[in-house]
Design a protein around this ligand. Sequence first.
Ligand SMILES: [Zn+2]
Length: 229
Amino acid sequence: MALLHDFLHLFYPELCLACSSALFQNENLVCTRCLARLPYTAYETMQPNKTEKLFWGRVPLHKASSLFFFTKGSRIQVLMHALKYQGRKDVGVFLGERMFYRLQEVQWLDDIDVLIPVPLHPDKRKKRGYNQAELIAQGLCNSSGIPHDYQTLQRVRFTETQTKKSRMERFENMQDVFEVKDFEAIRGKRVLLIDDIITTGATLEACAIVLLDSGAASVAVATLACTFT
Ligand SMILES: [Zn+2]
């Protein structure tokens, strides 16, 4: 099989998603060189970090972290574009696994009971065919063994883009957007909320408030990337 793989590889080499160079057989999706050069924040080693500080005075989070800086033209931008707009679901799972390796090194996941991705509105999910945050949670679940829950927290109202709104307008815009469908599933749980990217934090803030109001013991936040540096 390995021989056949190498043979096919001569004619149809799999390419690194970030730099398009041919992958070696032991590499998957992203070449080793690119993996080493992803713009890691190392926020999981800093307390407080900028992702945590974003929520100060808004909602009492247990802790928060973002794995990468989302900088223009960076390898992570290319990968996240593939995940969000080119149907590359495997990239989400892959990046969720990367998240696991970084977080478990500092025992960051030891006090988490359940992984909850930020839900998309059902219409939007249908249009894209998947929720990218669920795929990241899936990768994290696969490697950590912590269960995920895609059902309990639901998005019940559609919201337009937030970027041009003031902080107060954003907050009001997010009121009643999310709902917990089953209080028993949340009560006493230490929740890790997961999303692909964080900019203003308004969406995650709204999710965290609903979860805490529904009886979660604590809420932490982990995003793949952050737009601030
Ligand atoms: Zn590469």
